[in-house]
Design a protein around this ligand. Structure first.
Ligand code: GDP
Length: 524
């Protein structure tokens, strides 16, 4: 019997891993893929990165700086579930890319280094997840090394994130004495030396646990488990799905320990594809018409083909290879002749993709970030955010004859989300905006290698940028008229106000109380 849409949707889990650099995201990703059979050998994820580096020129930046710039997706099956793991760049200069990717997931794994606790990037990414109430499963990693007391780690999660914790497993020892985990709710022991076996016991003090727990510290461990049971909240699926409580697992990604329980938890507790808000209605994953939105565009994945891949999250229905969809922004039809699934080391044509799946659609500039594709009525998904840039620069061209080419190239880079582009109302040359300086390096490298345009950047007179709006159109027009020299339009033609610094922004804000200055714009 072919799988129904309801069945296919119920099996999907689409998630990301959030963490501070070095906490173990890459290692965990490898181990998750290993479970999914997507790769044979751990280490392939990194090996793949290396191969890609050597193939692509602009990725030199990544290689030189030892960072991962690209976001990608990895699809794998494990047990009864299909997992779509969306990878995010580790470096904070590419934060806007990460935030956009988080709009396409239904759950996240938060990796915490057992010795370091909640670090700044983790906190920031958690806050982004909280805006959308994304349920979080916590993995306390590196238990095989010197670690903090587990109670202390749980307290820190509760304090810093205002998130209740429910430990599902409890570590037996730590560092050199780490020998496995005790499963609190259902009394079972999994040992580091036989990771695939879970032995039920009658309690930590029972005879059945003899030989599974460290004999010399048995009493102290029993006390700890009892305390954990008393002090911590039990796992509550409702609170988890609402984003108020996180189940916590202890383990070691490097030793491939605890990963099995983590992936099983995602299958058992994490939500299937959630409903997504569009302009006119809430779109349920099981609605029969296919809908999808673009959250990421990646160029040069295969330099031989010079292709651009738009990553879309399917929000409802079934995306079939060869179908025609409508691009809401233009109303035009788009043939989906070669949608692709991505695995750890290959891509494959996707004949059928269901709500929750993420597929790549090769195109030559037709698709932009934030675009909606539909099969039925015309709708536009809300919520792929655009963050006000922190750095504004004018692009200086070495060869002034190529100004037109530069304009086209910048437009394309902006559509891909590499930079943001603002065209001043007074007709002066365009200004590019980025969140982090590395984005400028990527822009420079790509303009040179792909368009043959060597450029440099010079400071603009502006350092702050805000989107502006007003309840009454006339108020907005009055402001724009009065400030024409400080107004620019973004890619969609929406007006922004450019200021030299925060002080003058505040000053104008007080003088023009009817104008709203916002620093996050949602694509529309
Ligand atoms: P990322 O920056 O979050 O992707 O972190 P990586 O996965 O690259 O890991 C950073 C470093 O920590 C690497 O040297 C890993 O080998 C190491 N590491 C990751 N997980 C563990 C673990 O569970 N135990 C130990 N001892 N080291 C780990």
């Amino acid at each position: 019997m072919p799988e129904s849409l309801e069945q296919a949707v119920a099996r999907r889990r689409t998630f990301a891993i959030i963490s501070h650099p070095d906490a173990g995201k890459t290692t965990l990703t490898e181990k998750l893929l290993l479970f999914g059979g997507a790769i044979q050998l751990a280490g392939e994820v990194k090996a793949k990165k290396d191969r890609m580096h050597s193939r692509s020129d602009w990725m030199k930046i990544e290689r030189e700086r030892g960072i991962s710039v690209v976001t990608s997706v990895m699809t794998f099956e494990y047990g009864d579930h299909v997992y779509n793991l969306l990878d995010t760049p580790g470096h904070e200069d590419f934060a806007d890319d990460t935030y956009r990717t988080l709009t396409a997931v239904d759950a996240a794994i938060m990796v915490v280094d057992a010795a370091k606790g909640i670090e700044p990037r983790t906190l920031k990414l958690f806050e982004v997840c909280r805006l959308r109430d994304i349920p979080i499963v916590t993995f306390v990693n590196k238990m095989d090394r010197e670690a903090r007391d587990p109670f202390e780690i749980l307290d820190e999660i509760e304090d810093k994130l205002a998130l209740d914790t429910a430990p599902v497993t409890w570590p037996i020892g730590q560092g050199r004495t780490f020998s496995g985990t005790y499963h609190l709710a259902d009394n079972a022991v999994r040992r580091l030396d036989s990771e695939d076996t879970r032995t039920p016991v009658n309690g930590p003090e029972s005879d059945s646990a003899a030989g599974l727990l460290p004999e010399n510290d048995r009493e102290a461990f029993v006390e700890e488990v009892n305390l954990a049971r008393e002090a911590c909240k039990p796992f509550d699926i409702e609170a988890f799905l609402e984003g108020h409580l996180t189940p916590v697992f202890f383990g070691s990604a490097l030793r491939n320990y605890g990963v099995r329980d983590l992936i099983n938890a995602l299958g058992a507790y994490a939500p299937p594809p959630r409903a997504q808000q569009a302009d006119t209605r809430l779109v349920k994953a099981t609605d029969s018409d296919m809908t999808a939105f673009v959250f990421k565009i990646q160029a040069n994945m295969d330099p031989n083909h010079r292709d651009r891949i738009a990553f879309v999250r399917v929000c409802s229905g079934k995306l079939k290879r060869g179908m025609k969809a409508r691009l809401s922004r233009t109303g035009k039809a788009l043939g989906l002749s070669a949608p692709q699934f991505f695995f750890a080391h290959q891509r494959q044509l996707a004949d059928d993709a269901y709500a929750g799946d993420v597929v790549g659609i090769p195109n030559h500039g037709t698709l932009r970030i934030g675009d909606t594709l539909t099969e039925g009525e015309n709708i536009v998904f809300q919520g792929v955010p655009n963050f006000a840039p922190e750095i504004l620069r004018r692009v200086r061209l070495e060869d002034a004859m190529k100004a037109k080419k530069l304009k086209e190239a910048l437009q394309q880079m902006a559509e891909e989300g590499v930079v943001q582009l603002f065209s001043p109302e007074d007709g002066s040359p365009a200004i590019v905006g980025v969140i982090g300086a590395l984005q400028l390096d990527v822009l420079k490298e790509r303009l040179k290698s792909e368009y043959g345009l060597p450029v440099s950047f010079e400071a603009a007179r502006f350092n702050v940028c805000r989107w502006i709006s007003a309840d009454r159109r006339a108020d907005l027009e009055k402001f724009i008229d009065a400030k024409r020299g400080d107004i620019a339009r973004d890619l969609d033609g929406d007006p922004v106000f450019l200021a030299s610094d925060g002080f003058s922004l505040n000053y104008e804000g007080e003088r023009w109380p009817d104008i709203k200055f916002v620093h996050v714009k949602e694509y529309h």
